[in-house]
Design a protein around this ligand. Structure first.
Ligand SMILES: NC(=O)c1ccc[n+]([C@@H]2O[C@H](COP(=O)([O-])OP(=O)(O)OC[C@H]3O[C@@H](n4cnc5c(N)ncnc54)[C@H](OP(=O)(O)O)[C@@H]3O)[C@@H](O)[C@H]2O)c1
Length: 296
């Protein structure tokens, strides 16, 4: 019989089912795609999860906004947070489900310390917390801007840790923490000293949490998106290979959340390419990296 602290049975069931999908079934489906060029109809994202209460940070725009919309449409209660309350209210009005706006600045120590009480006013439990709020600033190595470096770490790393601190008291056995990292952790990109290292630190932080939270049966998933067309990347002046749209990114993330995988990386083509360069660092650091950054 399931103890009070066992994960809900439905979660275990779908974990087994999706593992099967990720293995042989996936290979088979890819072959079918190759030879017939058909596109399989997408299932409604999030429908396989038992109805959950999910906190998504950075939900006022981009990936987080789309994630909140899709999760709410699948019947989950979404607590959507960011600094811009007006954008969160518009999101709540547009959503075809329950979205509860929560205005917070993850860099504000006082606000974040008082957050648990505000969360408890909205819900008595959190099943999933998606730590998605993020910021990107590029640095100039000849004139390093330490304030920018601090700002990026404040949002992407320290802000993420503050989010975990606020969420954990409401999380139970079977719950799940999701960290939105980036493929920039695979290889160093020019001018990404702040962004890339803040995300590498984020991943390390969450991997440590994974070990410590094992005894509470709280799972940790790290998501590494490639390039997604959002306000964060619309400022980029370089060509972004395999750029995808936020709805596609949100679908991939939800599939990863459903399967409770430890690591979710998409698009796969970019992931494989960067993996090759990760293990051939001389090729990346001496040849392609400098060319991409325009410093070769
Ligand atoms: N787009 C990509 O290609 C890409 C690739 C890899 C990883 N990612 C990651 O995906 C996540 C979402 O990024 P995105 O592309 O969707 O960018 P985005 O549209 O700029 O969204 C960033 C979100 O973070 C929130 N945010 C920023 N600073 C905050 C703060 N101090 N306190 C609270 N919320 C804050 C923003 O809301 P407010 O401004 O209203 O606070 C916004 O909702 C980020 O962690 C990013 O690093 C993106």
């Amino acid at each position: 019989m399931a103890s009070e602290h066992s994960p809900p049975e439905s979660i275990l069931n779908f974990t087994r089912e999706s593992r099967r999908h990720d293995g042989f079934d996936m290979v088979w489906r890819q072959n079918v795609h190759l030879f017939t060029f058909t596109v399989q109809p997408e299932a409604t994202p999030g429908y396989r999860l038992k109805t959950q209460t999910i906190w998504v940070t950075g939900a006022s725009s981009g990936i987080g906004r789309e994630l909140a919309l899709q999760l709410a449409a699948a019947g989950h209660t979404v607590i959507a947070s960011a600094r811009t309350l007006a954008a969160l209210e518009t999101l709540a009005a547009e959503a075809s489900g329950t979205v509860l706006p929560l205005a917070i600045d993850v860099t504000d120590e006082a606000q974040m310390a008082a957050l648990e009480t505000r969360l408890r006013a909205l819900t008595d439990k959190l099943d999933i917390c998606v730590v998605n709020a993020g910021s990107c600033e590029y640095l100039d190595v000849d004139d390093l801007d330490i304030e920018k470096l601090q700002l990026v770490f404040e949002v992407n790393t320290i802000g993420a840790a503050r989010t975990v601190k606020a969420a954990l008291p409401l999380m139970h056995a079977g719950a799940q923490l999701i960290a939105v990292s980036s493929m920039s952790t695979l290889v160093p990109f020019g001018r990404a000293q702040a962004y890339g290292s803040s995300k590498a630190a984020l991943e390390y932080f969450f991997r440590c949490c994974e070990i410590d939270l094992k005894r509470r049966d709280i799972a940790v998933t790290i998501v590494r998106p490639g390039f997604v067309d959002t306000p964060l990347t619309q400022r980029n002046q370089f060509k972004m290979p395999f750029l995808i749209e936020p709805p596609e990114a949100a679908r991939r993330m939800i599939a990863g959340i459903e399967s409770r995988r430890r690591l979710v990386a998409f698009p796969r083509r970019l992931n494989w390419l960067l993996m090759v360069f990760r293990y051939t660092p001389f090729l990346w650091s001496r040849w392609l990296g400098p060319r991409m950054a325009g410093s070769a």
